[in-house]
Design a binder for this molecule. Structure first.
Ligand code: OSB
Ligand code: MG
Length: 382
């Protein structure tokens, strides 16, 4: 493969209103502040990527503001003007001098994969060895004000074709809500819950009551660092635990397997530092007999392009949180918008690059700040 070098990156923050507020156990979002990267090599090729950090540090320690700082001050200066032989080598540019900041790192790392696809004239899915032409889709429904309101959303989701329904839960909005949805959907629907680290190990007896609802998983019941407590909890639950926040790199999924902290892995490329790490986690999980699926972070159509490509890998055995554009936005920032078939699948693009066009006019209208960093400037004075 011809080495890749990036010469200029423009960071942008856009604000994209959500069609409805999205509530998880640790906070509510009404509007998505999204950090986009436009990356150019020296040969006239460009690609866009998205940083999945949120506006508040309630899901992970990173935020859009910490990512803006990390990218502009540390990560882009380490990336610009450096030749890498393959996108899988990008993470090595940062590993010694920048710890953490996985979401900021992922935005650059994934852009290199995107650029490699553009330059090679292949689709992103083909570049990484994806095997699916379409991926099954699940919905993630935020916490509602009553079980009845949640039931209405869940029924709407099933009617729209979604192949998995995931309910956000928190203390005080769990058993009664899940019971109502299970009763309304019947015993055969794939139903899951996501606690976003809202419980403690002392809640084990309470969480064990979820077993009666035949859930396909309970996602991230305990804190991100609690691998040992997750293992203790898993021993007491029939419902498989799926880890999301806890899995930040390949080592953490090895630890999960060794400890028995869960039986399913949610891979969000943004959370784990990019595609190289996602593929490693996918392979380790597959070797350990653990299925993975692709999570979502309410991405725009740009981040979604990367997630859909990733979910085309063979061990993505469960439906991903890969809803179509209209689930989140009045209008997305890509053309065509992402759509889902009546039977709940999103097509994996086979055209070169991301497989969607960027709606630059719309992005310009939504932009609240930009910063351009170029190779020469990045190295000046170093
Ligand atoms: O835990 O999966 C999560 C959104 C924001 C923060 C955390 C999570 C989520 C989702 C969104 O569940 C899923 C989607 O993008 O459709
Ligand atoms: Mg989750």
């Amino acid at each position: 493969m011809v080495p890749i070098r990036i010469e200029q990156v423009t960071l942008r923050e856009i604000r994209l209103p959500l069609r409805e507020p999205f509530a998880i156990s640790s906070g509510t979002m009404d509007e998505r502040r999204i950090l986009l990267l436009e990356i150019e090599d020296g040969d006239g090729n460009a690609v866009w990527s998205e940083c999945v950090a949120g506006s508040m540090p309630n899901y992970s320690p990173e935020t859009i503001d910490t990512a803006w700082l990390a990218l502009g001050e540390w990560l882009l200066p380490l990336s610009l003007g450096r030749s890498v032989d393959a996108p899988g080598d990008v993470s090595k540019l940062f590993e010694t001098s920048v710890k953490g900041h996985q979401m900021a790192k992922a935005a650059i790392e994934m852009a290199f994969w995107g650029l490699a696809a553009v330059r090679g004239g292949t689709s992103l899915a083909e570049l990484i060895g994806g095997t699916r032409t379409r991926v099954p889709t699940g919905i993630s429904i935020g916490i509602q004000e009553s079980p009845a309101a949640l039931v209405e959303k869940a029924i709407g989701a099933v009617e729209a074709g979604y192949r998995k329904v995931k309910l956000k839960i928190r203390r005080g909005a769990d058993l009664e809500y899940v019971a109502a949805v299970r009763a309304a959907l019947g015993p055969d629907r794939d139903l899951a819950v996501d606690a976003n680290a809202g419980y403690e190990i002392d809640d084990a007896p309470h969480l064990a009551e979820l077993d009666q609802f035949d859930l396909i998983m309970i996602e991230q019941p305990l804190a991100a660092g609690d691998l040992i407590r997750h293992a203790r909890l898993q021993e007491r639950l029939r419902t498989p635990i799926c880890l999301d926040e806890s899995i930040t790199d390949a080592a953490s999924v090895e630890d999960m397997l060794a400890l028995g902290s869960g039986r399913i892995v949610n891979i969000k490329p943004g959370r784990v530092g990019g595609f190289g790490s996602s593929i490693a986690i996918h392979d380790i999980a597959e070797a350990g007999g653990v299925p993975v699926w692709c999570g979502g972070m309410l991405e725009s159509g740009i981040g979604r392009a990367y997630n859909v490509a990733l979910a085309s890998l063979p061990n993505f055995l469960l439906p991903g949180d890969l809803s179509p554009s209209a689930r989140y936005w009045e209008r997305d920032i890509v053309r065509p918008e992402w759509i889902m078939s009546e039977d709940g699948f999103v097509t994996v693009p086979s055209t070169p690059g991301l497989g969607v066009d960027i709606d630059l006019g719309r992005i310009d209208d939504l932009t609240v700040r930009t910063r351009t960093v170029a190779g020469a400037a990045a190295h000046a004075g170093r």
